[in-house]
Design a protein around this ligand. Structure first.
Ligand SMILES: *Cc1c(COP(=O)(O)O)cnc(C)c1O
Length: 415
């Protein structure tokens, strides 16, 4: 009798931040050495050079380096004119930093639902929010019926690396006098084909301003915390430079009260090294996504693959599938040593932190049903074809009622 050998396969991490940094170790350590030599730790030429290079990468006039993506969003909103007492519209299926920044700018977040196919802001819902859930004041400004606040801005979130449908959002915003601030924290290098302009535009170049995060796990990540605002508007760039540095127009001359929200020189130097690799890494992510798509094609009745609309190219910050029985699938994968995550399990309007906004379950049905079924599979440059084979065969085995191992059918019918 042949004993079935039980081979312990190595675990597949959700994200591998070790290998990419090991490859760059010399260049990264050099950044630290030269910072020590000049004792230049905050601001200075590294920051200015990074800002110039990142602005060029985004096809935007300016980039302003700040301490985090959350600071970038808050400064961008404030510089775009969001004031205490305003309302700012965004989507419920995003990281809480989006709405934290809105609240920290003194405004109240309000939500519109997402497009079921792209998981990004549904322009039709934005239209009906503006036309049916708002009244107009004498100057024609939209006033939210729910909060009686003037609606000052809209924050589309380029979720998972895919840009929101910007043409109709920009058109609606222009028609209602709203500022558009892109949350591009997951979309470094993503592109969108503007029908309006008949050309491709990069994330961070379409709104009045945009916010990027360089948190380590993002497509472009620092070795610590960092972020940037991009904008074509000189005045907004100047305003963000003041906000990040205690409102100073020059040293110890404070035109406004600001924040301590500057970018470290060491992080800027690290980001310059890594920016040189970003296009290659984004291409590797796209290649991984193509492989996942091909492997999952046979299970298209069980697994919804990520959207790939012709109007945009995703940079696959995350590879998110949609399935019935998500929690069981995640547990099955964990048992097989495959790490996954959920981005995000609870939409913001149902979070305890926002209980006082008065939303209820059922208010944003698309965001709610999507949140119950999404699962982010391992995705990073360097994920290998054989790792992807293993992930997908486990996914299909766990979901298929005809699973030869017998476990899945029982598993699926147990709940
Ligand atoms: C990461 C992220 C942020 C916040 O960035 P931090 O650098 O962590 O402050 C904001 N919005 C979205 C969608 C993000 O993914």
């Amino acid at each position: 009798m042949i004993e079935e050998s039980v081979v312990e396969l190595p675990a597949i991490p959700f994200l591998d931040l070790v290998t990419t940094h090991a490859e760059l170790e010399e260049a990264l350590v050099d950044v630290f050495r030269s910072a020590l030599k000049g004792a230049a730790f905050v601001g200075g030429p590294q920051v200015e050079n990074f800002e110039r290079e990142f602005a060029a990468f985004c096809g935007s006039g300016h980039a302003v380096g700040v301490a985090s993506g959350t600071d970038a969003l808050r400064f961008a909103l404030m510089a775009a004119g969001v004031q205490p007492g305003d309302a700012v519209v965004t989507v419920p299926n995003t990281f809480i930093a989006t709405t934290e920044a809105i609240s920290q700018a003194g405004a109240q977040p309000e939500f519109v639902d997402i497009d079921e196919r792209t998981y990004t802001m549904d322009p039709q819902r934005l239209r009906s929010y503006l036309e049916q859930e708002c009244t107009r004041d004498s100057s024609g400004r939209a006033i939210s019926r729910r909060s009686r606040r003037p609606v000052r801005a809209v924050v589309p979130v380029h979720l998972y690396g895919l840009m929101a449908d910007m043409d109709p959002i920009l058109e609606l915003a222009a028609g209602h006098g709203l500022q558009v601030v892109e949350d591009a924290c997951q979309a470094h290098g993503a592109e969108y084909f503007s029908q309006q302009e008949q050309r491709w535009r990069s994330a961070g170049s379409m709104g009045r301003a945009a916010a990027f995060s360089f948190y380590p796990g993002k497509n472009l990540g620092a070795c610590g915390e960092a972020g940037a605002v991009t904008t074509a508007d000189d005045r907004i760039a100047w305003h963000c430079r003041m906000l990040r540095d205690h409102g100073q127009s020059k040293k110890y001359f404070h035109d406004i009260e600001g924040y301590n929200g500057r970018l470290d020189a060491i992080q800027a130097g690290i980001l310059r090294v890594k920016l040189g690799r970003l296009e290659e890494w984004n291409n590797q992510r796209r290649e991984c996504a193509r492989r996942y798509n091909a492997l999952l094609a046979s299970a298209h009745d069980l697994v919804v693959a990520p959207p790939a609309p012709a109007r945009a190219t995703s940079v696959y910050h995350l590879y998110v599938i949609r399935v019935r029985g998500r929690d069981r699938l995640q547990a099955e994968l964990a048992r097989a040593g495959i790490s996954t995550q959920i981005h995000y399990p609870t939409p913001l309007h149902l979070q305890k932190a926002y209980a006082d906004l008065g939303y209820r379950a059922g208010d944003f049905p698309v965001a709610e049903s999507v949140a119950a079924e999404i699962l982010s599979l391992p995705m990073y440059p360097g994920l290998t074809p054989s790792q992807q084979d293993r992930v997908v065969s486990r996914v299909i085995a766990a979901l298929s009622p005809l699973d030869a191992h017998g476990g899945s059918l029982a598993l699926l019918s147990r709940s």
